[in-house]
Design a protein around this ligand. Structure first.
Ligand code: HAM
Length: 424
């Protein structure tokens, strides 16, 4: 536990930061994500963190928990309402329209990595600043795209040796079939209005689907018998959904259909999904997303079908745990036993790191014992020790950290010998 002194400043509550050595693990996973996505033809976007508030109320929806209760919104010095992005999709769509990306290429596959901000009650796996690895595909309406993206996500979890993840799927229909379902759901909810929480009662008229997603126990009980959206799908939506399920069956990707999976954001059409992990406890969705064929147009662009997902980075790391294997370690640790030895080792330290690209640590003036202990902890392959005796003889001690075998290397041959050992 860290003890804070009275006058020290702390992070804002729920803002998750990543410290070493965890940050090394994060980078390892991030690199795997980038490599996988770039292999599938995705390119990275580095997006603005702060957006006009309207972007989120128009995309995520005014009557959602995110927009009503969870956004970090404030006015800047020109009295313009700005919001720290609670998610990435709206920003990617904003950028897609702003830079006319649809004109540059027919299919756009974009990914992003970074922090998101939601004023939620912090708990294990839920933070106010958290991080997402996300991706969006524009310009492809076919269920093949949905399937390809889901298979890619499953492949990513597999590459991290994370198993036991369940894929849940649903279809929310389209502007042709959803209105009838909405009405049906509305009358169902109105008949049971007194049993619903305040939010759901208030949203019955404008956004009844939110009740299906409500975490309130009494609302959950009410919606058990609610009409099922997948029974109201039009022919095209049904075909899209069964086409997707068929492709997943063909490649052996298991899934469960969950007709209550409406997601907490309003922009979805047709496919929605979540990858759930029992090991995560209450906050069990490690990744989620779906299709949003209307959003580009709703935000002022040309009608463009789209599909995407976001992985919760913190939750992913809880699952990846120790399965990531050893972190990268230094090749050699340089151990000077006095000031003069430090002076002698410094040029070698620079040459190995800078010219030879050999990861080299050390140059601390601590006891031999504690430096060897640290080299061991860092996973160094060799330790190079120079003290007064070695300076006198002009020969350094090179210790193989695994076998504990020690050999002498003449100062004049130090760099070359280490380069050779590194290449072996
Ligand atoms: P979302 O379900 O709101 O979807 O978030 C995606 C993932 O981010 C969640 O499954 C979870 O792992 C993680 N997450 C969300 N909130 C928190 C939090 N407070 N603390 C920690 N992790 C959290 C979206 O954000 C959509 N933009 C996904 C998408 C992309 N749909 C289409 N394209």
């Amino acid at each position: 536990m860290t003890i804070m002194k009275k006058n020290q400043i702390k992070t804002v509550k729920g803002f998750n930061e990543v410290l070493p050595p965890e940050s090394f693990r994060w980078r390892l996973v991030e690199d795997k994500f980038r490599n996988l996505l770039e292999g599938y033809g995705f390119a990275e976007m580095r997006l603005a963190l702060l957006e006009p508030t309207e972007l989120f109320s128009r995309s995520i929806g005014g009557e959602t928990d995110i927009v009503e209760k969870e956004m970090y919104t404030f006015s800047d010095r020109s009295e313009r309402s700005l919001t720290l992005r609670p998610e990435g999709t709206a920003s990617v769509v904003r950028a897609f329209n702003q830079y006319s990306l649809g004109k540059i290429s027919e299919i756009n596959k974009l990914y992003y990595v970074g922090p998101m901000f939601r004023y939620e009650r912090p708990q294990k796996g839920r933070y106010r600043q958290f991080h997402q690895l996300g991706a969006e595909v524009f310009g492809e309406a076919s269920f093949y795209q949905d399937a390809e993206t889901l298979v890619m996500l499953a492949q990513f979890f597999q590459a991290l040796s994370i198993d036991g993840i369940i894929l849940q799927l649903n279809s929310l229909g389209c502007e042709d079939c959803r209105p009838a379902f909405r009405e049906q759901l509305q009358s169902f909810l109105l008949e049971r209005e007194s049993l619903l929480c305040g939010d759901c009662q208030r949203r019955i008229k404008e956004n009844p689907l939110r009740a299906l997603d409500c975490k309130n126990p009494s609302c959950r009980e009410v919606v058990v018998d609610a009409p099922q959206i997948n029974e109201s799908l039009c022919g095209d939506c049904r075909e899209h959904f069964s086409g997707l399920c068929g492709l997943l069956d063909d490649v052996g990707l298991d899934y469960q259909i969950n007709s209550k999976l409406v997601r907490g954001l309003d922009y979805y059409t047709r496919t929605t999904f979540e990858f759930l992990a029992g090991d995560l406890g209450a906050q069990n969705a490690v990744a989620a997303g779906g299709r949003y064929d209307r959003l580009v147009e709703e935000l002022g662009g040309k009608m463009t079908p789209a599909f995407g997902f976001a992985i919760g980075f913190e939750r992913l790391m809880m699952l990846a745990g120790d399965k990531l294997g050893p972190l990268s370690s230094p090749f050699v640790t340089l151990i000077p036993l006095d000031e003069e030895a430090l002076r002698r080792l410094f040029p070698i330290y620079v040459k190995l790191n800078r010219d030879a690209g050999i990861a080299t640590l050390g140059l601390q003036q601590k006891s031999l014992k504690s430096q060897l202990k640290k080299a061991d902890k860092d996973g160094a392959k060799y330790a190079l020790i120079i003290g007064p005796d070695e300076l006198e003889k002009g020969v350094a001690i090179c210790r193989n950290m695994q076998t504990k075998e020690q050999t002498g290397i003449a100062f004049t041959e130090l760099e070359e010998t280490l380069r050779r050992l590194y290449q072996d």
